[in-house]
Design a protein around this ligand. Sequence first.
Ligand SMILES: [Zn+2]
Ligand SMILES: [Zn+2]
Length: 120
Amino acid sequence: MRYRLLDVLACPMCRSFPLRLVVFRQRGQEPKGSESPACELYCGLLGKPVSELRGAPCSECMKVTVEEGALYCEKCGRWYPIIDEIPELLPDDLRDAKRDVEFASAHGMQVKGFILERLP
Ligand SMILES: [Zn+2]
Ligand SMILES: [Zn+2]
């Protein structure tokens, strides 16, 4: 998952935007030619709304892919895994609770079901 995606992802349960990201593993990746480098609303790499950035210093966010991590929603407290570079933004009833909680504890997150209690 590119940092750039944080500019468009919202919580599937409460629709809050932006989601926050914690990275467990990432790798560099060449940007594709047609991709726009600059975020429009929120730059996940810098963790700031674009309105608070001067110019467009966020082109780096096209060059990094998150391999494993978690997204979390500050509004409703839910967290979502990023596994094999795929952000799994599913509503509660479609999630595999056992697998997700195992993923969280393996990465040092404290969760109560789908609710994040503490980051690693
Ligand atoms: Zn950016
Ligand atoms: Zn939410």
